[in-house]
Design a protein around this ligand. Structure first.
Ligand code: FAD
Ligand code: 2HG
Ligand code: ZN
Length: 469
């Protein structure tokens, strides 16, 4: 079909306001958040309902048009960016923003896929409940994108990742049929677990249009602390001892190498520093509990003991909400600081928590020996074993050099991760960025199983081509 006819057909289905033809207006949909990938499209199509998504998918199926689903376009693996062919339609869920149902007895929220994560959290709060998925991009990313990438964030150690927070899904299949799996059930073994298959499939199997999300009770008391230590092993030892003392109350446990704070400090004089002295490693800890829990005092005592025993070097519990918010801003600001401070080779790896410290020792030594021009920016969600073991290079590094270094540094780090029983993709998805790495590290049997699933659900290979597989 000629592009003009396709655009005409799509605008007939979703209305003129639902298609973006102008290249200038399309620009923000064609480039990823990191500015690493840029593509072209004949049209960005923005349906408002599942029925419209279904009609769009049916037309694309009939005309053999490839489709790239997109939510908030905050992904870090290039999964939502079309390729350079100009043939792939971008299907943006950004106009599907309805909160469909709040059920405070079943503790569930049913939402359109285009609802921003922050708005999901707000809707839960308005119902005196908590939706625990929490990440730095929550004001821009959509719940559909979170589910398509099986997002993690900072509260996984207590509440689990996006998959574990989802009870039901609605998905439009590549041929336009709608699978209504919007069931608010905590037990449902009637057949294969299709919901879990679509979660984390990065738009390669279908378009997620709605979800039933699991809500938790509000956790009224909260304590936040910042810790300085000399090694990752000390940080992991602290995590183990706090979990022994506080159990499930440990909601977030984030680690940062000193370099994460230094990049911000190098850019501005007033960069906030949660502790007065320098430390090789830092941790941000959040506990949540019941109203009568004197969490802050108990945390202060536990951290004082850890300091006396030499596990950590310094700690400060936030005295008020403003100080706690400052600590979180420092942590959540690392991605932006990296963008301003250099060009990052990104890793999103996970290992058993017991092996994190040894991995860091080995990877630090290997990177220092083989890539002296790179500085390691190591941070992440230690509480669930997920590190962003990134390497920063100068902003003015030529593209060719950056591409060459990326290939060899990725190999160096990923080989160590996999040898130690870890994964090369923990929460950001495979997208375009880790497609080659996936092939390298997955066994032929596992690749074959995934390809069989892809061929069964998307025989014409129209869903997000060039991503993941
Ligand atoms: P997009 O970027 O639009 O899409 C991501 C992928 O999902 C693409 O493959 C796309 O095709 C597919 N997709 C999107 N919507 C749908 C749909 N409705 N149906 C089918 N497929 C779809 N991620 C974490 O996990 N943890 C973090 O802590 C975290 N912190 C971040 C901090 C910052 C500052 C930034 C910029 C990003 C961060 N991310 C993090 C990455 C990103 O926010 C997540 O991957 C998020 O889940 C993507 O949501 P999105 O709506 O922006 O999806
Ligand atoms: C985070 O944990 C995000 O802050 C982003 O997952 C990680 O910028 C990164 O590499
Ligand atoms: Zn992360």
């Amino acid at each position: 079909m000629h592009a003009r006819d396709l655009i005409g057909g799509l605008s007939h289905l979703v209305g003129e306001a639902g298609v973006i033809r102008d290249p200038d207006e399309q620009a923000s949909y064609l480039r990823d958040w990191l500015g690493r990938y840029e593509g072209r499209t004949p049209v960005v199509v923005r349906p408002r309902t599942t029925t419209e998504v279904s009609a769009v998918m049916r037309l694309c199926h009939q005309t053999g048009t490839p489709v790239v689903p997109q939510g908030g376009n905050t992904g870090m693996s290039g999964g939502a960016t079309p390729d350079a062919s100009g043939a792939q339609v971008v299907l943006s869920l950004s106009r599907m923003t309805r909160i469909r149902e709040v059920d405070t007895i079943n503790n569930t929220l049913t939402v359109d896929a285009g609802v921003l994560l922050a708005d999901v959290q707000r809707a839960a709060h308005e119902a005196a409940r908590h939706f625990p998925l929490s990440l730095g991009a929550q004001g821009q990313c959509t719940i559909g994108g979170n589910l398509a990438t099986n997002a993690g964030g900072t509260a996984v150690l207590r509440y689990g990742n996006a998959r574990e927070l989802t009870l039901g899904l609605e998905v439009v299949l590549p041929d336009g049929r709608v699978w209504d799996g919007l069931r608010g059930l905590r037990k449902d073994n009637a057949g294969y677990d299709l919901k879990s298959l679509f979660i984390g499939s990065e738009g390669t199997l279908g378009v997620i249009t709605g979800a039933v999300l699991k809500l938790s009770p509000l956790a009224p008391a909260c304590a936040v602390a910042w810790v300085g230590a000399s090694t990752p092993a000390s940080i992991v030892a602290l995590l183990t001892s706090l979990q022994a003392t506080f159990g499930q109350s440990v909601t977030a446990f984030e680690m940062m190498s000193a370099s994460c704070l230094d990049i911000d400090a190098a850019q501005r004089d007033d960069a906030p520093m949660p502790l007065r002295d320098a430390h090789a490693y830092h941790a941000l800890i959040e506990l949540a509990g019941t109203p009568d829990d004197d969490l802050a005092d108990r945390l202060r005592q536990a951290l004082a003991l850890a300091t006396q025993s030499g596990t950590i070097d310094d700690a400060q519990v936030a005295d008020d909400a403003a100080r706690a918010a400052m600590m979180w801003r420092v942590r959540e600001g690392i991605s932006q600081a990296q963008v301003r401070g250099g060009k990052a080779i990104k890793h999103d790896i996970a290992l058993p928590i017991s092996r994190l410290a040894a991995f860091i020792d080995e990877a630090d030594a290997a990177v220092a020996a083989r890539f002296p021009q790179a500085s390691v920016i190591n941070f992440g969600h230690v509480g669930d074993g997920n590190l962003h073991y990134n390497a920063l290079l100068p902003l003015d590094i030529p593209d060719d050099d950056f591409a060459r270094l990326t290939t060899s540094l990725n190999l160096c780090v990923h080989d160590i991760v996999v040898q130690r029983g870890g994964t090369i993709s923990a929460e950001h998805g495979v997208g375009q960025l880790r497609r080659d790495a996936l092939r390298r590290y997955k066994s032929p049997v596992e690749m074959d199983l995934m390809l069989m699933i892809k061929r069964a659900l998307d025989p014409n290979q129209l869903m997000n081509p060039g991503k993941l597989l």
